[in-house]
Design a protein around this ligand. Structure first.
Ligand code: GLN
Length: 484
């Protein structure tokens, strides 16, 4: 059952070939045996999953099943889940049991989906390799020496290894697309505001956006249908109709104008990756698409801009973790100040502390204008580049990441080289645009993702463009050896 697509699983449930309870049991068994090595889950909620599966089977018997009813899903451990530990990959929240569900969780539950558990991630979603997790690194199912990417590394590895048919992730600077690329799965970061952030632990609020990780664009479209939409609990969610994202998948892409930013194919891109991307572009040409050379002149500024904006916002967001209200509290504090200092000092890992310090500095009275204000101005220029590009083209394509999965430990002592993993993804978050990563080939037996970027609220178009490629190619069907 585990190698079926979500549409196939949905049809199997509908025809009564298997029950949700059987399906859920099968995935739980795979997690039990295969995740010992991968470490893609922080918490497995087996009992709750089986109860939810039985409820889904009853919904179906009562004639109330939708297309996702009874389908298992793994939730990134950044989404609050009522009664279940929500750690955000941090010692700070190791003991935090959320009293409520994030809207994303509520919506998938309401669709009858069955949560298998909570997936591993970089602490507070800060990282590109999942090595910043308090719960240890996740291994890439394609090569156990390699990282799965991050911060949604657990979700990407779980879907690649087929121990979950679908997973949720969040993307602040690339955290859905980059791990999707490194693990050979399909990941979608929607337009900022498309999905509610309520109950999604905040890293950088003006950049954070939830989205699906799946084995295909079709599967991603099915789950996006349930995730997207306005939420009165999140004032940044957009009140705009949610189309049926599966409706346009089969449309022809004849005449599609694909923009190729010169800056995405310049120095720094691995040759092997460049070849894979060129081959994918040829495939699109065969389908009738036109390639158009474009430029995003300010894209070189996106990493430095992001590393002012994201730390600034995180230093503010993470001030709530003070040892008083949430999570970890140090033993025997001498006084209030000692309680704050030691709870935060002991509860946060090195990367989180680094970001809080950078952000606090950038926001301080003497430096605000020089750093934060300047970064906001650059952010506007970066968005304007895209606005101009979308006057000429329908989508933009390029690599998702500058290299394939690197080895565990290879970059962990070099934050700047780690930050550059997101050189092609970060500008998309700064502009608030939707972006996808789809499997497009391999270099040294490690997966390569093609990035597809669209204009605001064109998720249907992106999914259509990705689906057409997946009809013509088999890269998304490859399964890591040992996980067939
Ligand atoms: N890798 C980037 C960072 O460390 C992006 C992370 C993310 O998208 N959550 O901030």
């Amino acid at each position: 059952m585990h190698n079926k697509s979500v549409a196939e699983l949905s049809a199997g449930l509908q025809k009564g070939e298997f029950s949700s309870e059987e399906l859920t049991q099968a995935y739980l068994e795979r997690i039990e045996t295969l995740d010992k090595n991968l470490n893609s889950f922080i918490t497995v909620t087996a009992e709750q999953a089986l109860t939810a599966a039985r409820n889904a089977d009853q919904m179906r018997q009562a004639g109330k099943a939708g297309s996702l009813t009874g389908i298992p899903v793994a939730q990134k451990d950044i989404f609050c889940t009522e009664g279940v530990r929500t750690s955000c990959g941090s010692k700070m929240l190791d003991n935090f049991i959320s009293p409520y569900n994030a809207t994303v969780v509520e919506r998938l539950n309401a669709a009858g989906m069955v949560m298998l558990g909570k997936t591993n991630m970089d602490e507070f979603a800060m990282g590109s390799s999942n090595e910043n997790s308090y719960y240890g690194p996740v291994r890439n199912p394609w090569d156990q020496k390699a990282v799965p990417g991050g911060s949604s590394g657990g979700s990407a590895a779980a879907v690649a290894a087929q121990i979950a048919p679908l997973a949720t992730g969040t993307d602040t600077g690339g955290s859905i697309r980059q791990p999707a690329s490194l693990c050979g799965v399909t990941g979608l970061k929607p337009t900022y505001g498309r999905i509610s952030r309520y109950g999604m632990i905040a890293f950088a609020s003006s950049l954070d956006q939830a989205g699906p990780l799946a084995r295909s664009a079709e599967d991603a479209a099915m789950v996006l249908n349930a995730m997207a939409g306005f939420d009165p609990h999140d004032s940044t969610s957009v009140d705009r109709e949610v189309p049926d994202y599966t409706a346009n998948l089969t449309e022809s892409i004849e005449g599609l104008r694909i923009g190729l930013p010169a800056e995405f194919f310049a120095e720094g891109l691995d040759d092997g990756i460049a070849n894979v991307i060129q081959a994918a572009l040829k495939e699109y040409e065969k389908m009738g698409a036109k390639l158009v050379d474009i430029s995003l002149p300010n894209s070189g500024l996106s990493v430095p801009t992001y590393y002012v904006v994201a730390p600034a916002e995180c230093s503010s967001n993470l001030s709530r973790f003070d040892g008083v209200r949430f999570g970890y509290r140090c033993d025997d504090p001498l006084d209030l100040e000692d309680l704050y200092k030691r709870s935060r000092g002991e509860g946060f890992g090195a990367e989180v502390k680094r970001r809080i310090m950078i952000g606090t500095y950038a926001l301080s009275a003497g430096y605000y204008d020089a750093y934060y204000l300047k970064a906001q101005q650059l952010r506007r220029l970066i968005s304007d580049d895209f606005r101009q590009a979308f006057e000429q083209v329908d989508v933009i394509m390029g690599p998702t990441a500058p290299s394939v999965a690197f080895d565990i430990g290879e970059k962990s002592d070099d934050p700047v080289s780690m930050y550059l993993s997101d050189i092609y993804t970060i500008a998309v978050n700064l502009a608030g645009l939707p972006g996808m990563s789809i499997p497009a080939g391999f270099v040294d037996n490690r997966p390569v993702g093609l990035q597809v970027i669209g204009n605001y609220f064109t998720e249907s178009r992106l999914l259509n463009v990705a689906h057409q490629y997946q009809l013509a190619t088999n890269w998304h069907r490859q399964v890591p050896p040992g996980y067939e």
